[in-house]
Design a protein around this ligand. Structure first.
Ligand code: UDP
Ligand code: MG
Length: 136
C-alpha cells in the first residue's frame, strides 16, 4: 500500500516573473497533485538563508539565497500518493540541460540556478519545509 504524502513546492522568482504560475500548476494538477495550501510571498534574504541552510557550505549558497529572495515566489503544499518522489520526477534534473522531456525544468528552466521550481527531496525534509512556510 502506498501512502498519501505531502511535499513542499516553490515556484521560484524566474518563473513567477515570466507568468508561468498557472502553467506550472496545471502540470501538477495533470499529474494528480492536489494543491492543499498556497501563498505568494517575497522572502527576506535571511529567510532564504534559513530555508537553504543545508547548502550553507556550498559555493553557490550566497547567490542562491540572493536569488530566492529577489522577487515573489509561490509556495505550495502538494498532496498525492507518493508526492515527494513524483514531484521530484515531474520537476526534472536540477540543471535544466539534463532534465527529461515533459518535466517542468525542461519546459521552463533557464539555467542550473534559475530552474523555476523547488521540491522537497525526502519525506522528512517535506515535513520540515512545510512547517517552515505554513506552521507559524
Ligand atoms: N544550485 C545552483 N548551483 C548549483 C547547484 C544548485 O545555483 O551548482 C541551486 C539551484 O537553484 C538548485 C538549488 O541550488 O535548485 C538547490 O540545490 P539542490 O542540489 O538541492 O537541487 P534541487 O534539489 O533544487 O534539484
Ligand atoms: Mg534540493
Amino acid at each position: 500500500m502506498s501512502n498519501l504524502e505531502q511535499t513542499l513546492s516553490i515556484i521560484k522568482p524566474d518563473a513567477v516573473e515570466r507568468n508561468l504560475e498557472d502553467k506550472i500548476k496545471t502540470m501538477f494538477k495533470n499529474e494528480g497533485f492536489k494543491i492543499v495550501k498556497e501563498k505568494k510571498i517575497k522572502l527576506e534574504k535571511t529567510d532564504a538563508e534559513k530555508f537553504y541552510k543545508v547548502h550553507e557550505t556550498k559555493p553557490f549558497y550566497n547567490d542562491l539565497c540572493e536569488y530566492l529572495s529577489s522577487g515573489p515566489i509561490v509556495v505550495m503544499i502538494l498532496e498525492k500518493t507518493g508526492a515527494v518522489l513524483d514531484n521530484r520526477r515531474l520537476m526534472g534534473a536540477t540543471d535544466p540541460k539534463n532534465a527529461e522531456d515533459g518535466t517542468i525544468r525542461k519546459e521552463f528552466g533557464l539555467s542550473i540556478d534559475k530552474n523555476s521550481v523547488h521540491g522537497s527531496d525526502s519525506i522528512d525534509n517535506a515535513k520540515i519545509e512545510i512547517n517552515f512556510f505554513f506552521n507559524n
